[in-house]
Design a binder for this molecule. Structure first.
Ligand code: ADP
Ligand code: MG
Length: 730
């Protein structure tokens, strides 16, 4: 029987023509047509209902039950006008992907008459069974219920799957006792904490600021490969990455993929998922090839943080579905292929005031520059003081392949700010003295804005190896994994920023009470922050061995693996921090720690099993078949009386194959034993460490022999699609 590999290769040439590509003539004509935007709400809601919804979005005002009924009815009418029959609460449990449970509008009245209905209760609250989602021990066994609650700040949307249309209501997901079981609830709380702290600090500079919103523009990297080839790789199906596969003769060394022309089949896919995204109001803007072959990236225009996170979660889903239509498979794993770049998600983060100022953009006047400097230095201080938490926030089995390995960015959290701003900070540090007064402040001339060209130079010449880089008007958190839900790492970033700004305010106020002028007080505190926090600044090559050593000398944390990096979530410092800002309770933090450990264990466990299965069912049978061919060949040559020298080469290959078969078998057995010992441990932390230290090391060794076999065995016997096929055929 022909193997899946060769069938897939045969099919490759045939697939392209069948797919219809949706592409609008004008993006604005379809943008947001599947979203219950405020503009749509205006059309479908009464004045009172609209006002209430608007107030809830703008200032968090509660919507009363009666009004909720009106809003629900309006939403249903709109949705039905688009052909929607069902609705669902759409939420982001800690599994990482989004979840939904669909109900129809259709219902029967007691008298048996059928009607379509969607009331305020159904809009605002549902009770999915929480027992099928990770809770990290929060959910007492006697109380399996959890509930989802409407988040009016993220608009409802229509999900179109095949011919089905569903009205999706973005919600938070909490346990019956009120603890968060999702990414969204703590994110919203952290946005509020940041708002409060940032507004207070803004008032030193501008009394008119009433609200500060966090903004996020994510960049999503992904791999795209032919679906037939993916289906022939059980490891990709089960783990999202290839556990075996010899590097192709050509990898990314020619650097000819980055910003190269986009292959047509990929281009069709991109236009198609962009179309779906536009209808959902996801403002995609950029598309291009990435560094590795078969690797691509897309990015939207930035949005308010909560909405941006929803849009990223939604996009990952849309991409996967549209890819299926194109007989392609999207790989969001952080490291689908060994030996070439992995994928990240670059989170561009900033803060904006309701007066229209980006707090991380150098301003146009000395006064706004001063405000920029305050927020800029506070961000660096936050990263310095809580680097361990930022690291924990991006820890996962997949991301370990990037952060812990010799690939960007490193596991050490540092910040890159460029030469020019380094100079500015140095200047503040050296010139702001005890006796510093306002006159000197004028002397310091915060004329950062006059040096925009220098700033831009730094920015274009930017350091791609930094996990947290200032890029002119925002920080880019580049260490986030490509498959991650942005919610969690952004929650951490907001919270540490809220904490730093709160302390900053207390310290500045204390200086003012001592009789210092406001500007002088601010400068004094900023100087002290620069002094302590500059330890976390690094402008050099983040991949280099020197940086590992230098970071150790500076005492910066460097956790290469997830089980240890996660410890930061449950330190006293972290518990106090998250509780103080009402973002996560102790119980919730403990639960998250537990869930992340469990996730890690399961991922490594599944990879281990898949390796064992693949070796047994695919690799060794192919190697043995080829051995038999060689044996037949050797004995044939011997039979016709040729001397040993005539088949010496065959014997050598045979011996090599035997050696690797043997190694794979022995190592796979040892790995199974290591798994058993790990499974016997009761503490999740210890189990995760055992999987990391005792099970995972076998992966490399087994892979080494399997990849050697791939080179030795006749290509026609090899069943797994090879790297060159997955990466270059489309
Ligand atoms: P690059 O990273 O290639 O330099 P850009 O700087 O244009 O690209 O933007 C990268 C991402 O950063 C985009 O999603 C963009 O919308 C986003 N971005 C720009 N300004 C901000 C901001 N103030 N806050 C958050 N994200 C922003
Ligand atoms: Mg970028």
């Amino acid at each position: 029987m022909q193997s899946l590999r060769f069938k897939a290769i045969d099919n490759l040439t045939a697939v392209n023509d069948e797919v219809k590509v949706n592409s609008p003539a004008k993006i604005t004509a379809i943008f947001g047509e599947h979203v219950f935007t405020l503009k749509t709400a205006r059309e479908y809601l009464s004045d009172d209902a609209f006002k209430s919804l608007n107030n809830s979005i703008k200032s968090g005002q509660k919507i009363d039950r009666n009004i909720a009924n009106h809003i629900a009815a309006g939403m249903r009418h709109w949705a039905q006008s688009k052909g929607v029959t069902h609705y669902t609460h759409w939420f982001q449990p800690l599994t990482g992907s989004s979840a939904e449970k669909h109900d129809s509008f259709f219902t029967l009245k007691p008298d048996g008459s059928a009607i379509e209905e969607f009331d305020g209760n159904a809009l605002t609250q549902q009770e999915p069974d929480a027992s099928s989602f990770p809770s990290g021990g929060i959910r007492a066994t006697f109380e399996a219920r959890g509930y989802t609650a409407w988040d009016p700040t993220s608009p409802a949307f229509i999900m179109n799957i095949g011919h089905g249309m569903t009205l999706c209501i973005p919600t938070i997901f909490v346990s019956y006792t009120g603890e968060c079981l999702d990414y969204k609830a703590p994110l919203i709380k952290s946005i509020e904490a940041l708002n409060k702290a940032a507004v207070d600090v803004c008032h030193y500079f501008d009394k008119n600021v009433g609200k500060v919103t966090a903004t996020l523009g994510w960049e999503q990297e992904y791999f795209l490969i032919d679906e037939g080839l993916a289906n022939a790789r059980p490891d990709l199906l089960m783990t999202g990455r290839t556990v075996f596969g010899h590097a192709p003769a050509k990898g990314q060394q020619l650097e000819d993929h980055y910003f190269g022309s986009i292959p047509e089949r990929v281009y069709d896919f991109m236009r198609d998922f962009e179309y779906e995204s536009y209808r959902l109001g996801i403002p995609l803007r950029t598309r291009h090839n990435e560094v590795a072959p078969a690797q691509f990236e897309c990015a939207p225009i930035f949005e308010e943080l909560n909405l941006a996170v929803d849009h990223n979660t939604l996009l990952m889903d849309v991409m996967a579905r549209v890819a299926k239509r194109h007989k392609l498979r999207v790989l969001l794993h952080e490291k689908p292929f060994a030996g070439i770049n992995g994928s990240g998600k670059h989170n561009n983060w900033s803060m904006a005031t309701d007066t229209g100022v980006n707090l991380l953009a150098p301003g146009k006047t000395p006064k706004t520059n001063f405000m920029f400097l305050a927020f800029f230095v506070n961000t660096i201080k936050a990263v310095h003081d809580h680097a361990d938490l930022l690291r924990a926030a991006i820890a996962s089995a997949g991301n370990d392949h990037r952060l812990g390995a010799n690939e960007a960015p490193p596991a050490i959290i540092s910040a890159y700010i460029g030469r020019y701003l380094t100079k500015v900070l140095d200047e503040v540090e050296s010139r702001v003295s005890e006796k510093f007064d306002e006159q000197d402040e004028v002397m310091l001339k915060l004329d950062i804005h006059k040096n925009i060209p220098e700033l831009l130079l730094d920015n274009t010449d930017r350091n791609r190896t930094s996990p947290f880089a200032f890029t002119g008007n925002k920080f880019e958190f580049r260490a986030v994994g490509s498959s991650a839900n942005c919610g969690y790492n952004m929650t951490v970033l907001n919270t540490i920023m809220a904490e730093t700004l709160t302390r900053f305010k207390t310290e500045v106020d204390a200086h003012i009470e001592k009789g210092e002028k406001k500007e002088v007080a601010i400068m004094h505190v900023l100087k002290s922050y620069i002094k302590t926090a500059k330890n976390v600044l690094f402008e050099g090559d983040g991949y280099s061995q020197e940086w590992q050593e230098e970071a150790a000398r500076r005492g910066l944390p460097n956790f290469k693996t997830t089980p240890l990096a996660l410890d930061a979530l449950v330190t006293d410092k972290a518990k106090t921090l998250f509780k103080k800002h009402k973002v996560l309770s102790h119980t919730e933090l403990e639960a998250r720690h537990e869930i992340e450990l469990e996730k890690y264990i399961k991922h490594v466990q599944i990879e281990g099993r898949v390796m064992g299965d693949l070796a047994g069912n695919h690799i060794l049978p192919a190697a043995i078949r080829y051995q038999n061919i060689l044996i037949a060949n050797i004995s044939g040559l011997k039979n016709i009386g040729l001397p040993e020298s005539a088949y010496a080469a065959q014997i050598k290959i045979l011996a090599e194959i035997s050696e690797h078969i043997n190694k794979v078998l022995v190592l796979a057995e040892e790995m199974t034993e290591a798994r058993k010992s790990a499974n016997a441990l009761t503490s999740s932390r210890e189990k995760a460490i055992a999987y990391c230290d005792n099970v995972k090391p076998y992966f490399e060794d087994i892979r080494y022999s399997v990849d050697k076999l791939e080179l030795l065995v006749d290509d026609s016997e090899w069943e797994l699609p090879k790297y060159r096929e997955m990466l270059f055929l489309r």
